[in-house]
Every structure is written in structure tokens, then in C-alpha cells.
Write a protein that binds this ligand. Structure first.
Ligand code: FAD
Length: 440
């Protein structure tokens, strides 16, 4: 079934890679092109996952194995919507799968959000991870009081990365420009703020526990807001939350000290207004009480000093290339968008779950694709050959997987003694390197 099927996957993050892997296993002889707007593969594994969480990034080895198959190609540096349209892709391939993630931060929707010093998590994280489009997004970190809004692991990532010392980041692949700003920053206080209670925070215990290992900061919280026990019908959730609460009770015993910065975990607060003229200087928040798991405003407000605000409150997809976008995702039914067009990963179901969640999700969409295409490939579709012709005609300098391997090798070679890589942060530099290497 499906032999010779020509498939374009747009996006080489986990969802795109698991789609390619499942197609390759279940559809002998299919030809798969994985397009990405970046010259580097694997999406948020490179540009999202924290630079000091190298073990998590090791999942890319499994993706490398998928790329070793002759019928699977990486075609980097081609942006869907700008360089190539849906119409063109559909004219070249039997099946097009969108795996483009949800690249835009959601807004808080409060007055003053346009001031300087405010960043969505994705922008901030892209910046410290060396995403080429965001390498200059955070011009400086001359800040004393940072607030991170959100109670998920990304909020912990952001706080940890800006608090870690140069020594603690030696074995990371933090982008060099970010290190220059972060290590010299006069940062004194970081607050991670959640709307609901400590028992509703979505932290993983491992990441929450890492906070106590920070050498430059004391982690603290208000013990009166930490419940003794949390009960849930879901035994797994109950265990995780109770482990988290135990850690937070430990943190509640800590006190500020002169020799360290302060990291506070604050709960039951909703941001209502950003204070300051052009730049943020403070944040106004309303205190909440919790009713049936919901945060209800009490009408009691506080103001906190703040000169850096990072919002980690979710992501969405906005209109790109004429795709039908609704509620921040590509409108779909179980991954089916329209004849010949499918969607997987965060672009399909929104930004939730771990890297592994995308695996089963992509496999299910592949099953649907194979059911729909049981009539076999359309001989008029040119696939890879057609894409190559298109790129030549339109002067698009694509990056192959072999080219990426060269970039990867140089990044590893030029890294410091303990660091896995020193990233290129300009696509232009990567293209120059590839051109030079290919001349030899
Ligand atoms: C900051 C952060 C940290 C995270 N850390 C962890 C973690 O430690 N552990 C964990 O399990 N999960 C983590 N996750 C979740 C995990 O990264 C996601 O589950 C996963 O990356 C979603 O995969 P995806 O393929 O749908 O999207 P993405 O990984 O976003 O991949 C989308 C790909 O599409 C490409 N693309 C976008 N637009 C276009 C276009 N127009 N044309 C061509 N290509 C395009 C992008 O360049 C990218 O390569 C984290 C998420 C974030 C945001």
C-alpha cells in the first residue's frame, strides 16, 4: 500500500520527525521530503528545550536515524508561506503534512503590554537558544527584578536559565550572545507567578527540584499558600502534585540572604496592568481566591517592581500560507484538513504534552493518511525532483541533511571544553559554511 507515495512534511520538529518515521515504517517505498524554514532540523529540540537540559535533546539521535533512510530528505531554509505555497506543494506531492508548531506567544491582554522589557516565552527562549530570527530579540538584561508569568516547566526553564552562573552553564549550548547578557546581569530577584494555587501548578517534580541546586539564588515561597495535601481521582496527578507540594514546603523554609539572589514562587495572583512609561517598571496584580479549582479575583491589588517580564502562558499558530487557522491551530478533524492535506503536533492539537506525546499523535495521523491514499500515488506528482526544480528556478538555497551534518560538526568542534556545541545563530553564516565545505 502506498508504494511510491510522495509526501512533503512541513516542519522538522518532533511531530514532523515522528510522522516521517511512521510513514517510513508503514509505507514501503514512499518518498518523504521534510521542509523547514530553518537551516537546522528538529524544531524546539534545538530552539526550545532548555540549553542546560542536554539529555532531553538526545532524542535527536532517534531523528538522525530516520534521516539516514535514503527515501527521507531534509530540505532546510525554505519557508512555507514565503518561499513556497500550499498550492505548489500540493501540485508536487500526493500528501502534504503540516508540522509547523505554534510559533507565536499568546498575549496577556492587559494594558501596557506594548512597553519595552516584555517578552513572550517563545521569543525569550528562541533568543537564548540562538534561533536566527530572534538572536537580537532581547537587547540587554540590565535588570534587577524579573517576573515570569506562568506555572509550567517553561516558566521554570526561563527562571533557571537567567539565574544560572557561567560556571553552571558551561556544559550547556546557551547561545553566546545570550550568555554575554545573562552572566553580566545585575539581576536580584526573580518571581514566578501563577494565577491559581500551588496545587494547580503544572511543574514537573524534577524541574521544580532543580531550583534548589541553583548556586546563585535562594528559592522561596509563602508557606501559608502551600496546602498540606492534595487529592485527585487521578493517582498519577495526585502523586506528582504532592511531591511538588513537599518541595515547596521545603522552599518555604528558606529566607533571603545578602550573598544570593532571590527566586520566589508566588501563587494566586493575576496580572492586571503593566506599569511604567516606555519601559516596564512594575506589574499590578490582583490577588485571587480559589473556588472549585478556579481563580476568582478578590478586588485586592498589589504592585511589584519589575523591569523584565516574560510571559509563559501558551502559544498559538497565526495565519500562514492561507492555512485554515482557528483557535490558534490548523482547523482539522483528527489531523485531516482537506484532501491531500494533514496536520500533526502542536499545529494540530495546540501546545500541550511532552516531546513523546507527538509520537502517538503522528502515528495516528499517518494511519489516516494511509487509509485515505490506498489508491496509490498520482504519477503526475513530481515530488523531490519537482521541488528541486522549483528551488532552482526561484533561487532558494536549500540546506540538505548532509549540509546540516557539516554545520553540526563545526558547531561541535568550535565548542568550549565542556559544551556540546557553539551554535551558529545566523543562517547566512551557515550557508557560507556549507558553500565553502561543498567547494572542497
Ligand atoms: C520552551 C519550550 C521548552 C520545552 N521543553 C521540553 C522538554 O524539556 N521536554 C519535553 O518533553 N517537551 C518540551 N517542550 C515541548 C516540545 O518541544 C513540543 O512538544 C514539540 O516540540 C512540539 O513539536 P512540533 O513538531 O509540533 O513543533 P516544533 O518543535 O515547534 O516544530 C515546528 C517546526 O516547524 C518549522 N516551521 C515553522 N513554521 C514554518 C514555516 N512557515 N515553514 C517551514 N517550517 C516552519 C519550525 O522551524 C520547526 O522546526 C518544550 C516546549 C517549549 C516551547
Amino acid at each position: 500500500m502506498g508504494s511510491g507515495l510522495k509526501v512533503a512534511i512541513v516542519g522538522s520538529g518532533p511531530a514532523g520527525m515522528y510522522t516521517a518515521g511512521a510513514l517510513n515504517t508503514k509505507c514501503a517505498g514512499c518518498e518523504i521530503d521534510i521542509l523547514d524554514k530553518l537551516a537546522t532540523p528538529y524544531g524546539l529540540i534545538r530552539t526550545g528545550v532548555a540549553p542546560d537540559h542536554q539529555t532531553t535533546k538526545n532524542v535527536s539521535r532517534a531523528y538522525d536515524k530516520i534521516m539516514e533512510n535514503e527515501n527521507v530528505r531534509f530540505v532546510g531554509n525554505i519557508a512555507f508561506g514565503d518561499d513556497i505555497s500550499l498550492e505548489t506543494l500540493k501540485s508536487l506531492y500526493d500528501v502534504v503534512v503540516m508540522a509547523i508548531g505554534t510559533p507565536k506567544d499568546k498575549n496577556l491582554g492587559i494594558p501596557g503590554e506594548d512597553k519595552n522589557g516584555i517578552f513572550g516565552a517563545q521569543v525569550f527562549v528562541y533568543w537564548y537558544n540562538g534561533h536566527p530570527e530572534f538572536r537580537a530579540a532581547v537587547p540587554h538584561l540590565e535588570v534587577k527584578n524579573a517576573i515570569v508569568i506562568g506555572n509550567g516547566n517553561v516558566a521554570l526553564d526561563v527562571a533557571r536559565v537567567i539565574l544560572k552562573t557561567e560556571g553552571e552553564m558551561l556544559s550547556s549550548d546557551l547561545a553566546e550572545h545570550a550568555g554575554d547578557h545573562i552572566f553580566g546581569s545585575p539581576l536580584q530577584t526573580v518571581r514566578i507567578i501563577g494565577r491559581r494555587g500551588a496545587e494547580h501548578a503544572q511543574f514537573s517534580t524534577k524541574e521544580l527540584g532543580e531550583m534548589k541546586d541553583l548556586t546563585s539564588a535562594n528559592v522561596m515561597t509563602d508557606g501559608t499558600l502551600i496546602p498540606d495535601k492534595f487529592s485527585s481521582e487521578d493517582a498519577k496527578t495526585e502523586k506528582v502534585v504532592n511531591n511538588n507540594l513537599a518541595l515547596m514546603r521545603e522552599y518555604a523554609q528558606n529566607a533571603p540572604s545578602d550573598d544570593k539572589r532571590s527566586l520566589y514562587l508566588d501563587f494566586r495572583l493575576t496580572p492586571t496592568e503593566i506599569l511604567g512609561e516606555d519601559r516596564i517598571t512594575g506589574l499590578k496584580l490582583e490577588k485571587n481566591r480559589i473556588e472549585a479549582g478556579k481563580a476568582i479575583g478578590t478586588g485586592d491589588f498589589i504592585e511589584l517592581p519589575c523591569d523584565l517580564l516574560v510571559t509563559c502562558i501558551g502559544y498559538e499558530l497565526t495565519n500562514v500560507g492561507g492555512l485554515p487557522v482557528e483557535n490558534g491551530i490548523v482547523k482539522n478533524v483528527d489531523g485531516f484538513v482537506e484532501d491531500g492535506l494533514y496536520v500533526v503536533g502542536w499545529a494540530k492539537r495546540g501546545p500541550s504534552g511532552t516531546i513523546g506525546t507527538n509520537r502517538l499523535d503522528s502515528q495516528q495521523v499517518v494511519d489516516r493518511i494511509l487509509e485515505d491514499t490506498c489508491g496509490g500515488p498520482d504519477p503526475s506528482k513530481e515530488g523531490a525532483a519537482g521541488l528541486d526544480k522549483y528551488c532552482q528556478t526561484n533561487n532558494i538555497s536549500v540546506v540538505s541533511f548532509e549540509d546540516w551534518r557539516k554545520i553540526d560538526e563545526v558547531e561541535k568542534k568550535r565548542a568550549g571544553e565542556h559544551s556540546p556545541r557553539r551554535k551558529f545563530v545566523r543562517t547566512r553564516d551557515m550557508l557560507t559554511l556549507v558553500r565553502e565545505e561543498n567547494k572542497e
